[in-house]
Design a protein around this ligand. Structure first.
Ligand code: ADP
Length: 353
């Protein structure tokens, strides 16, 4: 598909170049022939007025020789213009191909990314759907299915539906786009406390203490919903990938244009080989040595990264296997020049609206 698009675009560019070149060639020819004719006319007038042998101007041989010269000049001009156009055609062909390729490159990359995304997503969708289908088929074939067995089947299917819901939410999270208008000056400690509350139940179940040391002063310029979700993901992971009774500590430090927030756990940690990939979509590190298999699709950190980027921040992970991990998030302060300026513009815009 891209080959034919590349071919068509190259042809289009070449057509434009050649049309311009032909337009100039025709005009150069017309102007040149006009100029020659004007000169001949001027010469003729001068000869008739002041020339010593006026008679030869009417001489048919002289006129024929002049006509020949004129025709020769015209053909030489046509040949030169033709050569020039052939050179332009060849060079234009290369240039058109090069520029067509450059034009299509980002479109091709985004198309490939979309295809990869669709194929990854459908791959992940297949497993829960296949599990549900198999269970339902077995149950339908059993004429003596008891009420208990039906209930167990339904609850197992419900688990799969929950997994599908999680996946659908994750996929939706990855499709979000930049919306500057929604950013505002926010107290980061409030957002972190909200995210801790969202994970309270899970933390209690694993007897994990999640505490925040972030003071109320630090104000960041972000979208509060998105940043709450970001810390929800990080805290959820910290709990998910830690053994019972461990601690999760969230702290922050403000300096310069950014506030740095650290989410530190005492969990399983991430191996050196996994660490560079954990922000990739659908990537899940193997925690086979851990006792409990954690639920997930490997979308959480990809969403986290996207949120951070949309809020002009940065995220990185530091970890040692068996010792725990620290996720460091950098978010722009409200008083930074860039965010402050944008904040003012958006405030004014909103007031006008
Ligand atoms: P999910 O948790 O759904 O698998 P994520 O994108 O949130 O997906 O995480 C990707 C992988 O990174 C996880 O499978 C896990 O192996 C690893 N990981 C993320 N956070 C932590 C953490 N706090 N401690 C240890 N491993 C982690």
């Amino acid at each position: 598909m891209f080959k034919s698009a590349l071919f068509q675009l190259t042809l289009l560019y070449l057509l434009i170049i050649m049309l311009i070149s032909l337009f100039f060639s025709v005009n150069i020819y017309r102007v040149s022939v006009n100029e020659i004719n004007n000169n001949i006319r001027r010469q003729q007038t001068n000869f008739e007025r002041y020339g010593p042998g006026r008679a030869f101007i009417q001489d048919p041989e002289f006129l024929e020789a002049r006509e020949d010269l004129l025709n020769e000049a015209k053909s030489s001009l046509i040949i030169n213009l033709l050569y020039t156009n052939i050179v332009i055609l060849a060079l234009g062909g290369f240039a058109s191909y090069y520029f067509a390729k450059r034009t299509l490159k980002p479109i091709e990359e985004s198309h490939q990314a979309q295809m990869r995304f669709a194929s990854d997503a459908s791959h992940e969708l297949r497993s829960p759907l296949a599990a549900m289908k198999a269970e339902i088929e077995v149950a339908l074939r059993d004429p003596r299915l008891s009420k208990e067995e039906s209930l167990s089947l339904l609850s197992s299917n419900l688990e799969e539906v929950d997994r599908l819901k999680l996946l659908a939410e994750g996929l939706l999270g990855l499709t979000r786009e930049r919306q500057d208008v929604e950013r505002s000056s926010t107290s980061i400690s409030e957002l972190i406390d909200r995210a801790i509350d969202l994970n309270e139940k899970k933390a209690k179940m694993k007897q994990i203490l999640v505490s925040s040391k972030v003071g109320p002063k630090a104000a960041v310029y972000v979208n509060s919903e998105e940043i709450t979700e970001l810390f929800n993901i990080l805290i959820d992971n910290a709990i998910k990938y830690s053994d019972k009774g461990k601690k999760v500590i969230i702290s922050a430090k403000t300096g310069g244009d950014f506030t740095e927030i650290m989410v530190k756990d005492e969990g399983y940690g991430i191996s050196e080989t996994d660490l560079p990939h954990i922000f990739d979509r659908f990537y899940r590190a193997d925690h086979s040595r851990s006792k409990n298999k954690a639920e997930g699709y490997g979308l959480g950190l990809a969403i986290a990264k996207k949120i951070v980027e949309l809020n002009s921040g940065e995220i990185e992970a530091k970890s040692r296997e068996g010792k725990g991990s620290v996720f460091v998030v950098k978010l722009p302060n409200t008083n930074t020049r860039e965010s402050g300026l944008r904040y003012n513009i958006i405030e004014k815009f909103n007031k006008k609206g």
